[in-house]
Design a protein around this ligand. Structure first.
Ligand code: SAM
Length: 310
């Protein structure tokens, strides 16, 4: 399988390289913005789980260089466990979104001012066991919600990846305690075959007396407004919205390499190779042949009589 077959695997993967985005996920945020105008009036934005940085690129390109605002007012913070190559106007924090120290660092960077927008495209490494993956994704979303309650201004917006599994209504109801508007959005660049979607939570209004903390809010019953009774009329259903222009490419379709008849197709290398990815050590061991186990002693070595039997 050569380069061209790799390029054919997904239209948004190819477009990301052509347009200089670090990952195809950039289109998901751009398509949600088409629907929700996410960046209007935003000066301080946080990108949680940001590496390799395509959402931070979108924030940087959309928030900076606007005529009506000076770039001095714009502050963007990107947080990830992994290192990420620098981006113009984006401050990086290599840290864990489940830690209070990360929330404090974000607030320090904003000089005590709250953020207008928090986005989170966080995902754990999927195991392939759907129940486990959905559970871990839900935990990451709740961690993102926790840290968001420390840094987001009242009226602010929170966008996060969600897996639409069987317990998703529990998450919706939890989010509705904090935001007056919760919508489930599916950008055209997110494959239909994937249970991935995004919650767009607007107008942050924490409950009266709520004190931000890093514990799992699903286990905190002091704000338990019937969200454990999810049957019948108590069931929380949030609007579902497909995002992106109808003429946008379909991420489940295969397109020819040459999209434009007037231009010959040319391979474009990735915009940003990963920095210190977790698999780097495994690659090093494999390349240096350090992964292979010592040869097991052969049958002939084990058998003291083997020489005699020939
Ligand atoms: N939005 C990114 C982009 O557009 O380039 C892609 C994000 S990638 C799908 C998911 C990221 O979540 C990974 O880089 C991973 O390191 C990060 N992540 C997972 N758990 C995290 C945690 N607890 N704290 C910080 N980052 C985390």
């Amino acid at each position: 399988m050569g380069r061209s077959s790799k390029d054919k695997r997904d239209i948004y993967y190819r477009l990301a390289k052509e347009e200089g985005w670090r990952a195809r996920s950039a289109f998901k945020l751009l398509q949600m913005d088409q629907e929700f105008n996410l960046f209007t009036g935003v000066n301080r934005a946080v990108d949680l789980c940001a590496a390799p940085g395509s959402w931070s690129q979108v924030l940087s390109r959309k928030l900076r260089g606007r005529e009506e605002k000076g770039d001095a007012e714009v502050k963007i913070v990107a947080v990830d466990l992994q290192a990420m190559a620098p981006l113009p106007g984006v401050t990086q924090i290599q840290g864990d979104i489940t830690k209070i120290s990360t929330a404090e660092e974000i607030i320090r960077h904003f000089e005590g001012q709250p953020a207008d927008l928090v986005v989170c495209d966080g995902a754990p490494d999927v195991t392939g066991l759907h129940d486990v993956d959905e559970y871990i994704q839900a935990q990451l979303l709740l961690a993102a919600l926790n840290i968001t309650t420390h840094v987001l201004k009242r009226g602010g917006t929170f966008v996060a990846k969600i897996f639409r599994g069987k317990d998703v209504t529990l998450l919706y109801s939890q989010l509705k305690i904090f935001f007056s508007g919760v919508t489930c959005a599916k950008p055209r660049s997110s494959r239909n075959s994937s249970i991935e979607a995004f919650v767009v939570c607007q107008n942050y209004q924490p409950p009266e007396g709520y004190i931000p903390n890093m514990s799992n809010p699903l286990l905190d019953h002091s704000y338990d407004v019937d969200f454990n009774q999810l049957e019948g009329p108590n069931r929380v259903i949030v609007p579902f919205l497909a995002c992106g222009d109808l003429s946008a490419y379909d991420s489940d379709r295969t397109y020819p390499l040459q999209l434009d008849d007037s231009k010959e197709y040319q391979y474009t290398p990735p915009t940003q190779l990963p920095i210190q990815p977790p698999y780097q050590q495994a690659c090093h061991l494999r390349r240096n042949n350090l992964l292979s186990k010592e040869d097991a002693p052969s049958a002939s070595n084990n058998n003291p009589d083997s020489e005699k039997t020939t």
